[in-house]
Design a protein around this ligand. Structure first.
Ligand code: ZN
Length: 225
């Protein structure tokens, strides 16, 4: 049956963690509701899930969970869906004329797999070669954090970070490598505790093998958290 096939295909796509596009698939009406309206609706949805599982929500320990989870979704772990939360684009002139590669290593990534809504935890390494504009180092952390706070696919997160920095720095010469563990792989399904996933996006000069090799030497990948 066609419908069942489509459903199975979609399920398989999620289980394999494939993404359909580099843009987060947001609906046009994504921001018509205010944050507090969203929290109110999600609170009831979480309550419904827990009740359906048979839990007694009058128990003191569970009473506050629906509201707590709803607030966490909207204000914290999915707050990067909101374009208003995007870090401001303050840049500086490169007054030291530093024309070499700048690498910001081991930026903590806390994201959420959009196929299972379980955590993705790891490190991002970002590099760029300035063409006259530089950003503050903490800015790179904030960009990683912003795009991480969405239901994500690791490949898409990597590309979104690179695209944003290319725009901010006005250069194609930006790269990002992410090494992360997906709890949906580590704690359920195949239950592979040791595995981690590495994704990379190399723009501009980082497509050249010498530049790329130099970056990878700086990084010397090692997942730790
Ligand atoms: Zn997953």
């Amino acid at each position: 049956m066609k419908i069942e096939n489509d459903f199975n295909d979609i399920d398989a796509l999620g289980e394999d963690h494939l993404s359909s596009s580099s843009e987060t698939p947001l609906r046009a009406d994504a921001f018509e509701l205010s944050s507090s309206e969203k929290i109110n609706i999600i609170k009831d949805d979480v309550k419904h899930i827990l009740e359906t599982l048979g839990l007694d929500l009058t128990d003191d320990s569970l009473k506050g969970t629906p509201n707590r989870v709803a607030k966490m979704f909207v204000n914290e772990i999915f707050s990067g869906l909101d374009p208003d939360k995007k870090p401001s684009a303050s840049t500086f002139d490169n007054k030291y004329k530093y024309g070499e590669m700048l690498v910001e290593k081991n930026i903590t990534v806390y994201s959420t797999c959009e196929h299972h809504l379980l955590p993705i935890v790891g490190r991002a390494h970002i590099a760029y070669i300035s063409n006259g504009t530089v950003v503050g180092l903490s800015k790179m952390n904030r960009i990683v954090d912003y795009y991480s706070k969405r239901p994500q696919v690791q490949e898409r997160l990597t590309i979104q970070i690179v695209k944003e920095l290319q725009k901010v720095l006005n250069t194609d010469d930006v790269a990002c490598v992410i090494d992360a563990k997906h709890l949906c792989v580590n704690s359920r399904g195949i239950r592979d505790i040791e595995s981690s996933t590495v994704t990379s996006e190399f723009g501009g000069k980082f497509k050249e093998s010498d530049t790329r090799r130099e970056l990878l030497e700086y990084i010397k990948l090692e997942t730790q958290f």
